[in-house]
Design a protein around this ligand. Structure first.
Ligand code: HGY
Ligand code: MN
Ligand code: MN
Length: 378
């Protein structure tokens, strides 16, 4: 918990917690978490995508590697636990195994991914997709840092991936449980929508002669809210951005989620048609750019069974639940089986400085994770 506080104080922005891909704060966070990994007896390196990797070598050089991880980057004005808690739980698990003198028949790595949130480039999972080898040409074109695709790992080396993460929802708190097992991770689409109208004088241009880009955007935002899937417009930029000038350009981010990929894709299509209709009626142009699509991912049934068996030793009730939030496990599922454990967080609040967890619930998650790794020894 103290480590969460220490990492939570490392930010790119004064007065709030923001750490974005390869920023100065991310480099400081990697250095600090790397020290804790070294102190736990791990060898530490950073891969070509700036993922922080602590490793406990098994005596068997031909062994595969189990990866436990989460992300060290954050959203803007973030909470302290979304991401870092999973990395620190992994380090605590290694400290437990060491204290119990457990020799693992496989290599164990704890990974702090460099960009799960995608705040800097609007492309999520840069770190875990670099490791999974699923970066697109577009990803590589938009990012300034070259060569991150060299972080790619081969599926032959991996046993699997496990992630501890705050639930970011209300279910565990409602059921008075500390932890729960994740069944699947919802797919997501990230789209940039640009409405281009015409700037004009706010005082002299009659309302019926305007080509107001921001009013067009406003209509689409409300249509997204009623689209029947989980849709969010989190960012909007307006140009020229003066109070007495009719907006010529409105650029908005559209984030669409659903557990069922065809429902999500259909909803995005319907919103694109709506955007075209709004643009036509208002005499503005619209540009629709899909920045990223991530399919929904089922957690590995076998790994889930092991996790449920372990949770049953620690909780009076074992519940399994889907994740509406995206996680690095979704990216890692391209190269190995994945398992996720949710930790209860207060009020389900996340992506907000009020994000909080209890020491008791975190202790239970670390105990479950440690038993899970021991169970993987077969
Ligand atoms: O947006 C998400 O679902 C995750 O927090 N990156
Ligand atoms: Mn997260
Ligand atoms: Mn997040």
């Amino acid at each position: 918990m103290r480590r969460c506080d220490e990492l939570g104080a490392i930010s790119d922005e004064a007065g709030q917690l923001t750490r974005t891909f390869h920023s100065p704060a991310m480099q400081r966070a990697n250095a600090l978490a790397g020290e804790w990994m070294r102190a736990a007896g791990m060898s530490v390196r950073e891969d070509a995508a700036f993922n922080l990797i602590g490793r406990v070598e098994s005596k068997n050089p031909h062994a595969k590697t189990l990866i436990i991880g989460s992300h060290l980057d954050t959203v803007r004005n973030a909470g302290k636990y979304d991401g870092p808690l999973g990395v620190l739980a992994g380090i605590a698990c290694v400290e437990n195994l060491r204290a119990q003198k457990i020799e693992l028949p496989f290599h164990l790595e704890i990974v702090g991914f460099s960009d799960e949130e995608g705040v800097r480039y609007q492309t999520t999972y840069l770190g875990s997709r670099a490791m999974a080898g699923t970066l697109t040409k577009r990803d590589l074109a938009v990012i300034a840092e070259k060569g991150i695709e060299r972080a790619r790992r081969s599926r032959r080396d991996l046993l699997g991936y496990a992630e501890v993460h705050i639930e970011q929802g209300p279910v565990l708190e409602a059921r008075k449980l500390a932890v729960g097992v994740v069944t699947a991770i919802a797919g997501q689409s990230r789209i940039r929508v640009e409405f281009e109208g015409r700037a004009g004088h706010a005082g002299t241009t009659p309302m019926n002669l305007r080509r107001d880009a921001l009013c067009a955007a406003a209509e689409l935002i409300l249509a997204a809210e009623k689209s029947g899937v989980i849709a969010t417009v989190g960012q909007i930029d307006v140009e020229p951005g003066a109070s007495n000038v009719i907006p010529a350009l409105a650029t908005l981010s559209l984030d669409v989620r659903h557990a069922n990929d065809s429902r999500r894709i259909a909803a995005c299509r319907a919103l694109k048609i709506k955007a075209d209709q709004i643009a036509k009626r208002r005499g503005v142009r619209v540009r629709w750019t899909i920045l990223q699509e991530t399919a929904s991912v089922a957690c590995d049934p076998q790994a889930r069974k092991i996790l449920e068996k372990i949770v049953a030793r620690h909780e009076r009730e074992v519940i399994s639940l889907p994740s509406g939030a995206g996680h690095d496990a979704a990216a890692m599922s391209a190269i190995c089986p994945v398992a996720m454990l949710f930790v209860r967080c207060k009020g389900g609040i996340s992506h907000h400085p009020d994000e909080s967890v209890s020491e008791r619930n975190v202790a239970k998650a670390i105990a479950v994770l440690t038993d899970f790794v021991k169970e993987c020894c077969g």
